[in-house]
Write a protein that binds this ligand. Sequence first.
Ligand SMILES: [Zn+2]
Length: 110
Amino acid sequence: MAKILVTCSECAEDIPLTPKRVSSRICVDNGDADYRFSCTACSTINVKPTSPQMIERLEAIGVEIELWSLPAELREHHSGPMLTHEDLLDFHIHLSDDEGVAQAIEQLLI
Ligand SMILES: [Zn+2]
């Protein structure tokens, strides 16, 4: 069985792992890829960037590959001013006003 030699970013141990102990994912939108494993020496979960070419090699030896997409919200067009820290503070204050929140929800439902 193939072994993958990985290095833990926490304890710097070189660890040979079977393909089932490594998982990988690649973004279908931009090709960003990474692989993940749990260090057998210190139990740290490692996530490391890699290349689409390395993903192909990992898949060839049996590593599970997950495909993912960027959130659809990134493709939405936004207009208007940017949200500021002060806007968030105002929103926080408004949320503490139960009656005001109830009235705002009622207006949305009309
Ligand atoms: Zn480790």
